[in-house]
Design a protein around this ligand. Structure first.
Ligand SMILES: Nc1ncnc2c1ncn2[C@@H]1O[C@H](COP(=O)(O)OP(=O)(O)OP(=O)(O)O)[C@@H](O)[C@H]1O
Ligand SMILES: [Mg+2]
Length: 373
């Protein structure tokens, strides 16, 4: 951690306050900014005024040092900051097209969909891709993987890395896995992540799944408000970390069926609008036979479109790449004939794909989420 970020260097912050802050998991000025005055006061027991002053001082010092942006910025400065946005390739043509180049830093990308649709496979693939060189579409950075469902598999990382011709040992070394046992622990991991992100050059934070633990712990109507509040804090912290440290954040989310939907897709992500409002990009994964469909649902600047992808040894893959390797000689003509078939929205079959009924959607008590928006 660079010297200028030390808590001790803040005017008015003596050893006692530093210790209090350290005990509460605040180790540097960035941590102060990420948590904010309300939380600092809550955590340390100091009064709200003092907490505000400390956070404000940290903010001023970081702005002076050019480490964070001022509140009022010119559009030109904003553009400059946006020019620092990195993109991580998905290592597929189809999903890169959907993402307009790859998964962006300084943003939260939510991937939601029913079980087995490939959310975890996508996360694993991105853990490898972010480590690629910049020429190859990576960011030469590490990963913080918050695993809440015990589905992180280093073996999968090894096969994906091997399939892409990368050294699995090196790839594994750059992934820090944090197994979250409950929602409070999940939150704590994120709150403590600042130093790790900086020191290990983390360029991708994965929360797989972001919502699951909150949902299982806060069941029933009575706890809905608390659950959404806590979830809100988690996703906001995730976004602030992504913005502060210029890294990408991916949060996965399952879907539940909403029986009140008569037209269109009768599924929606659990976690309601808390995650939806906070994410910059939202991608919906859906099963379509052996293939998968990805749709860009919500984006400030991407067109709403769908692409078909597949799952294979190499993680998420282009839909025809498996066939290509398996029957290389036989399918050459077919593949050459219809290259655009990957973009579903542009083909007539797209309707059929997007309207496939969700037979296996995780069905959950609808009343619990019905007030979550
Ligand atoms: N080595 C592999 N090769 C090909 N496909 C694989 C491989 N490993 C897993 N898959 C595919 O990935 C699917 C599981 O996807 P994944 O675990 O990413 O789903 P998910 O969306 O995370 O589901 P959940 O909501 O239950 O967490 C399997 O059904 C299988 O089709
Ligand atoms: Mg999963």
């Amino acid at each position: 951690m660079s010297e200028e970020l030390r808590l001790e260097d803040l005017a008015g912050v003596g050893p006692v306050t530093t210790k209090k802050l350290n005990d509460a998991g605040i180790h540097n000025m960035m941590d102060l900014i990420v948590r904010g005055p309300v939380e600092i006061a809550e955590l340390t027991g100091m009064d709200a005024d003092t907490a505000s002053k400390i956070v404000e001082k940290a903010r001023e010092q970081l702005v002076e040092g050019g480490l964070i942006m001022k509140e009022f910025v010119s559009a030109r400065d904003l553009l400059k900051r946006r020019e620092q946005i990195g993109k991580i390739t998905t290592s597929t043509e189809c999903l890169d097209q959907l993402f307009d180049g790859g998964v962006e830093t300084q943003a939260l990308t939510e991937v939601y969909g029913e079980f087995g649709c490939g959310k975890t496979q996508f996360c694993h693939t991105m853990c490898v891709n972010v480590q690629r060189s910049k020429e190859e579409g990576g960011l030469e950075g590490g990963v913080l993987y918050i695993d809440t469902e015990n589905t992180f598999r280093p073996e999968r990382i090894v096969t994906i890395a091997q399939a892409q011709g990368l050294d699995p040992e090196k790839i594994l070394d750059n992934i820090t896995v944090a197994r979250a046992y409950n929602s409070a622990h999940q939150m704590l991991i994120l709150e403590e992540a600042g130093t790790l992100i900086k020191e290990s050059n983390i360029k991708l934070i994965v929360a797989d799944s972001a919502v699951g633990l909150f949902r299982s712990e806060y069941l029933g109507r009575g706890t809905l408000a608390t659950r959404q509040q806590k979830l809100n804090r988690f996703v906001h912290t995730l976004v602030r970390l992504a913005e502060t440290y210029n890294c990408a954040a991916i949060a996965t989310n399952q879907v539940m069926s909403s029986p009140d939907t008569f037209f269109g897709d009768p599924t929606r992500p659990i976690g309601g609008n808390v995650v939806a409002h906070t994410s910059t990009y939202r991608i919906y994964f859906k099963k379509s036979g052996k293939k998968r469909v990805a749709r860009m649902v919500d984006s400030p600047h991407h067109p709403e479109q769908e692409v078909i992808f597949a799952l294979g040894e190499a993680g998420v893959i282009d839909p025809d790449s498996e066939t290509k390797t398996k029957k290389a000689t036989k399918v050459t003509k077919k593949v050459a004939k219809k290259p655009e078939s990957k973009t579903v929205s542009e083909t007539p079959e797209s309707k059929t794909v997007s309207e496939t009924p969700e037979s296996k959607t995780v069905s959950e008590t609808p009343d619990i989420d019905s007030e979550s928006d």
